[in-house]
Design a protein around this ligand. Structure first.
Ligand code: AMP
Ligand code: MG
Length: 423
């Protein structure tokens, strides 16, 4: 196959940028200009799981709306509680959840009350059913109780006028319940980022085809699709494109149409068939293209029409590492998320020796387990080649060896990013 030579100068060639960007600088450069995409929509609460709030939600009511009982028992005035010896109280009525007693209580009397029932006027205290003796129309209440016990105050969950959830919040199940508890049927949420992606490589075959010599199945589109799906973005899968400049140009243009973000995998290195950087420079602009990290060093970040462009490496592990470190935080920013943007780091004990040279950040695939003292320790999954996707599958965390870190010895502290916390 004949490849068309590309003569267009890139602004990010190997010679002109000998120093690769440290990971933190690269991430900062990606994130510094990004904020929520324009456009918000009103969505029914039930459809809001994973969506990002575009407004502060204030409570128009007290939650709970009335002071009510936290127990099944008897409601009375705290001032009437027996101090020296047990006392009998006439039971003058009942209050159930949704069926208040309705009248004010006379001093020295009580009302039988169920959990969730509004406290009758004149009462502020509930004695548990199990702690009294009922004798016909009276109850015998002992000493040792205190005024105000077993009562939920109106507004103790959320007071009227308080901000219940702030703009930028990615909504979780508890938040949807909270919105419902405020009586809020619809909320304003940000538009989801629209992400187009495709794989590049003459050797790639799609599933359902038999492999010829030297061919492999395209696995990157499957990991990418899954990582994007978890983030709740709108996904446009543009398939596989051959290592041919014209075919790539066509697909670049197509991907940038109506997309907020374009992601490619492969073809971003310096091999004979690596055209991604050149075409990005030709049709858009390149911000940077080398990161001091392993895996994931070749990388192209820039702009393509109105979209952000991420040219990820081809190696399957490098795709996942660079996605989690750069693409995911960027997508969260575009989605409007205020927090949870950066991957979280924890310090644990390293259970083995890990060889490392200072001058780049390394992301090893690790397995976090409990040690005999109940603390957390981590070891690597073994083979760490950037093409060994089973190392990601077997791992439950990244071991992150920082830019300036050298070899780590057994028993030394080391930083990890648990996979469960990545989304
Ligand atoms: P490249 O960055 O294009 O040189 O690719 C680096 C390595 O990743 C090569 O061994 C490719 O065959 C492999 N690779 C590239 N794209 C994919 C893909 N979509 N699925 C699986 N492996 C890939
Ligand atoms: Mg390739």
């Amino acid at each position: 196959m004949k490849h068309e030579p590309i003569t267009t100068a890139t602004n990010c060639s190997q010679e002109r940028e000998p120093d690769a960007l440290p990971v933190d600088d690269a991430r900062a450069r990606v994130l510094e200009t990004l904020g929520p995409l324009p456009g918000v929509l009103s969505s029914p609460v039930r459809a809001c799981l994973g969506r990002v709030l575009a407004q502060d939600v204030r409570s128009d009511i007290d939650v709970p709306s009335t002071t009510n009982s936290a127990m099944d028992g008897y409601a009375l005035a705290g001032a009437d509680l027996p101090v020296q010896q047990s006392a009998h109280f006439p039971v003058v009525g009942r209050a159930l959840a949704g069926h208040p007693f309705g009248a004010a209580l006379a001093r020295g009397t009580c009302v039988q009350i169920m959990t969730g029932a509004a406290l009758p006027r004149g009462t502020d205290t509930v004695v548990m059913q199990e702690q009294v003796q009922r004798h016909g129309d009276t109850v015998l209440i002992g000493t040792g109780h205190h005024a105000g016990q077993n009562v939920r105050q109106a507004g103790e969950d959320l007071a009227r006028g308080q901000i219940a959830l702030s703009a930028g919040r990615r909504l979780r199940p508890a938040d949807l319940g909270l919105l419902a508890s405020l009586g809020q049927a619809e909320v304003s949420v940000y538009r989801r980022p629209r992400v187009a992606f495709f794989s590049t490589g003459d050797e790639l075959r799609t599933l359902g085809h038999v492999l010829g010599e030297g061919e492999i199945y395209d696995s990157n589109r499957y990991t990418l699709h899954a990582m994007l799906e978890r983030l709740g973005v709108d996904i446009v899968d543009l398939g596989v494109v051959a290592d041919q400049p014209d075919a790539l140009r066509t697909q670049f243009r197509r991907a940038a149409q109506d997309s907020d973000v374009v992601i490619t995998t492969g073809g971003v290195s310096v091999g004979d068939a690596d055209y991604v950087k050149q075409i990005l420079a030709e049709l858009g602009s390149v911000e940077f293209c080398k990161i001091a990290m392993k895996p994931g060093r070749p990388f192209a970040y820039g702009r393509l029409a109105n979209a952000l462009f991420f040219g990820l490496p081809g190696n399957p592990v490098a795709v996942m590492v660079t996605f989690y470190q750069f693409v995911q935080p960027a997508l969260q920013r575009l989605a409007g998320t205020r927090d949870e943007c950066l991957p979280r780091l924890f310090e644990v004990t390293c259970a083995e020796r890990l060889r490392k040279k200072p001058g780049r950040t390394e992301f090893l695939r690790g397995v976090l387990t409990h040690d005999s003292n109940g603390g957390l320790q981590v070891r690597s999954t073994g083979q760490q080649g950037s093409g060994i996707l089973s190392s990601m599958s077997n791992a439950n965390c990244f071991i992150v060896l920082g830019h300036d870190t050298g070899t780590v010895l057994p028993g030394a502290p080391v930083q990890v990013q648990p996979f469960d916390g990545l989304v």
